[in-house]
Design a protein around this ligand. Sequence first.
Ligand code: G3P
Ligand code: CA
Length: 241
Amino acid sequence: MYIIAHRGSSSAAPENTIAAFDLAVQQGADYIELDVQLTMDQQVVVIHDETVDRTTDGSGPVKGYTLHQLKKLDAGSWFDSRYTHERIPTLQEILERYSQRIGILIEIKHPKRQIGIEKEVVDIMKRFSYSRHIMVQSFDDTALQRIKTYSPSLRTAYIIKPSVIKLAKRKLAAYSTFADCLNMKKTMINRYWINRIHSFRMDVFIWTIKDQQTANRLKKYPIDGVVTDHPPYFHKEKRSK
Ligand code: G3P
Ligand code: CA
């Protein structure tokens, strides 16, 4: 089962920063998960929200900034004053730093409002070689279909929220045309559904585990990966795949 550090090791360091990703590497996670969006000048940057308000000392939409302007923002002090030097990373910087060190799960955020982001992401990814796994995920099926068009061998995960109809056989057959994995909300976990998804040759990831009790409960299920803010919760169970 892969341990996937959600926005980095985000319980212990500011999310989607080098500090959080470095910590995930140190803690032995298998993947870092991160969120990408476009700046005003079409650069791919790593940040979760559509505005910079919650996780930086700036305000306003990410798309209202050029990369040069975004790089001036402090992306760490909101979490702890120790992290005042953290900056919003670009996807390019992340791949330079981690493509040989840890798996990378890239989430395309709000693709309907980020025209062209799928192509930008694939073009950046093609500049690197990877010694670990790399995947792209989204809540948006159209974005993943575009990813598969641009790069058919790139592994993808479709993120889904609870709905039994989403796991009907007809739906799963459709998902399997553009997704290699379903990333299910933790409230959906159920051995029957896991087996059904596996029968369509898709892996099962579960998001997002934030407490030890839920982590312990998950360990009995035959899942392929777990997205967590706390990678150490899973260390004893870690096995390579
Ligand atoms: O891996 C799924 C998870 O990252 C989706 O939720 O809001 O944390 O991006 P969010
Ligand atoms: Ca995410």
